[in-house]
Design a protein around this ligand. Structure first.
Ligand code: COA
Length: 173
């Protein structure tokens, strides 16, 4: 799934080794980590992982749903389970960065300094950038790191509060 990463394939992991390293990292026990896999017809259909970065916040990375099974609610369900686990481990906030490498939003391909936040307030989705998926799952945009991946390639930051989040009725997908 990390090697494919459609329709955001330009963000795919560059080699099988790099993808397997990412899986290995998610299984280390050096930090508080969460890894949730969705299984459809005995095959992995989606994966979300993340780890504790602050006393009460978890960073989510990576997040992927197999292309053939996208838009069926699997991504939303993976986030729900991840958030529930993070809450059980003491997190109050889950956050993530969502890169824009290809001008998929109005924030790509242009200088964002000065007045970064006024550019952010005019954010538009031009080519199906996944930030909208997170908005639909209750996340809010909390900031942007201009030129994080090269000139004109920012990272959009989103977060969700877990305070008051309800337990999902069941976790099977
Ligand atoms: C982004 C991704 C994880 C979404 O997973 P998914 O299983 O397709 O999402 P869901 O079916 O649970 O969608 C939940 C809602 O978000 C919407 N949505 C999903 N992807 C979207 C996108 N790219 N743009 C706008 N809305 C999107 C769905 O239509 C649905 O809306 P609804 O509640 O109105 O029905 C998946 O498309 C993916 O793996 N993409 C490639 C990798 C990637 O971009 N990862 C994120 C990196 S930050």
């Amino acid at each position: 799934m990390l090697l494919d990463f459609r329709p955001y394939e330009f963000c795919a992991w560059p080699s099988e080794k790099a993808a397997l390293d990412e899986v290995d990292i998610s299984l280390r026990d050096d930090k508080k980590r969460i890894s949730v896999v969705a299984v459809v017809d005995d095959r992995a259909a989606g994966w979300v992982a993340g780890f504790q970065t602050y006393s009460h916040a978890f960073e989510l990375h990576p997040m992927v749903v197999r292309f053939e099974t996208q838009r069926r609610g699997i991504g939303r369900r993976l986030l729900e389970v991840f958030e529930e686990k993070a809450r059980e481990m003491g997190a109050l906030t889950v956050y993530l960065g969502s890169d824009d490498h290809i001008c998929a939003t109005s924030l790509g391909g242009r200088p964002l300094f000065p007045d970064v936040l006024s550019h952010l307030s005019e954010l538009e989705n031009l080519k199906g950038h996944p930030y909208e998926f997170y908005l639909k799952c209750g996340y809010e945009i909390i900031g942007i790191l201009p030129d994080a991946n090269g000139e004109g390639q920012p990272d959009i930051w989103l977060a969700k509060s877990l305070i008051g989040v309800r337990r999902p009725e069941e976790v099977d997908i």
